[in-house]
Design a protein around this ligand. Sequence first.
Ligand code: A3P
Length: 364
Amino acid sequence: MRFQLPSRSVRSIVRPLEPLTHPRLKMPQSSFFAKSVPFEQIDKLAISGGYSSIFASSQPSVPVVGNWEQRFCRLADTFQPILDRVYDFEVREDDVWIVTLPKCGTTWMQELAWLVINECDFETAKSVDLTHRSPFLEFNGVVPNVPHDTIAAANELPSPRLIKSHLPAWMLPRQIWSKRPKIIYVYRNPKDAAISYFHHWRGMVGYQGTKSDFMHSFIDGYVNFTPCWPHILDFWQLRHEPNIFFTSYERMKGQLGQVIAEVAQFLERTLSQEQIQQMQRHLSFESMRDNPACNHVKEFESMKAAAGREVEEFRFVRRGVVGSHKDELTADIIREFDLWSDSNLRDFKLNMDDFANYSKFASL
Ligand code: A3P
């Protein structure tokens, strides 16, 4: 089946977000090329090593319309060795993919979808770390030089696999757009995602800069996997495709039972009312917070070692509320976020409630 072209306004989704002034880095025979970000731009993030904007070398096969020459994703240079391995990754038709921007409820949705796929096997869910049940495909870009190769691990997993990625649609394995596995995309209000990312960056990466600097880096698209709005808008364009399920952290918070039922319908699995209730208990904030299998303990250890210094105590399942930015960000930064979001959404006549409230199965 052909993908429908989006409306005219969506065609201008990618604006010239940055001047193309920096030299093209060598990534020979790659599907991507990189332009390094000037150091002063990333200094604020206190990252050692380079940071780049990654561009597609030729038009990617993802069926959304956009100006590919100006579309980019900001990533630490540690990602570069794995980007082609990810792009050439062998996809299976019965895979299920969870794709999100960081801190949008990825882990929560992974646990939910894993239980749906695995007939509510709570025993295994509690005893086997989620990172093994559902690998983070490009994790070796976040933390290189660890013995565990997540791409190889994903390759070896028996079907049906549940794979997590934070990459934008056009950087995902190219076979995704021909084999068309099911993809679950979770949106979260960027202000809440940003504050959650700030705590993650402190706790897992060892960031010691200010909250204000981090927020500006997020808005300006200098943290891994940003810029944020093009990432969301691409999946918004794709939301009506039969193999795409677009939902939100906000809906998971407000209507968890409904989202569980919708995911089951999307994945063509049957759940009883009793199973849905059991899942709601298992997926509650308190239960997830106290569940070691869902708190990325092993990833935390690798990142702590990679940071090479003490990082503050951090619990992955942290606060779990909608609107956490309201008491964690200043009024000035909230205003900056809102202006930035408006400027990205105005042309499409969209606002954040559209993303937060959207349901593929509204009548369920
Ligand atoms: P906060 O830092 O705002 O608390 P990700 O898995 O994409 O990194 O997302 C992490 C965010 O999801 C964190 O947000 C975390 O607390 C929240 N989260 C995880 N499990 C949750 C649950 N069961 N209920 C509510 N929020 C949850």
